[in-house]
Design a binder for this molecule. Sequence first.
Ligand code: FES
Ligand code: FES
Length: 207
Amino acid sequence: MSKDSESNKISRRNFLGKAGTGIVGSTILISSIGAADKTGPDLAEAPPIDPKETDILNLWVNGKKQKLKINPSSTLAEVLRNKLNLTGTKIVCNQGACGGCTVVMDNKAVYACHMLALDAAGKKVVTIEGLLEGEELNHLQEAFIEKDGLQCGFCTPGQIMSAYALLLSKPNPNREDIMEAMSGNICRCGAYPNILDSVLLAVQNKN
Ligand code: FES
Ligand code: FES
C-alpha cells in the first residue's frame, strides 16, 4: 500500500459519511417511518412465527457459524438480508441478471438472489460486511473510494465481491482478466472505467 493510501486509511464510519449519501437518505427515510410507527402498535412485540419456516440451515457467514430456521423457498440473498441483517448484499434485478447481489461462496462469486439458501448448507459465505478488518475497510474497499469506483453505489457491493473472488484465485490480474471476471456485474451508472481502475489500484497496493 502506498504512503498516501496509508495516510488516507479510511474507516467504515468515514466511508459511510463520504459515500453513503443515498444510504443515509434511505436511513433518514426509514427513521422517519420508524418515528411515525411509534405512535402505532408496540414495536417491542415479538414478530409472528412464520409457519413456512420449516427448515434448518447451517452455514458459515463471514467466519461465523449460523444455524437458521428458514422458509425452504428463500434465496440466499433473502436469508442474508432478512435473517442476518447483512443488507450490504443488494437485491437489484432478483433474477440473476445484474450481479448486484454477488457474494463469495467457498471462494467463488455467486449470485445470492439466484440460489436457494438451502444450497449454501455447509458452505462458507463472505458478504461485503465480511471484508472489514475490524473497523477498517480492506484494500479493495479503500481503492474503490480512492478511484471513485462508484456513483450511486447500488452495484458496488457486488462489484467488490466479484473483484474479491477474482483476487483470491488470481492475485495479479491484468485489465482484461478483471473485465472478464467482472463481466457479470452491471453498473447502470456506467462507472466501469473507474471500477477497473479501482481493482487495479487494489492489486498495486497489495503488492
Ligand atoms: S440482484 Fe441478483 S443478479 Fe441481480
Ligand atoms: S454505481 Fe450506480 S449502478 Fe453502479
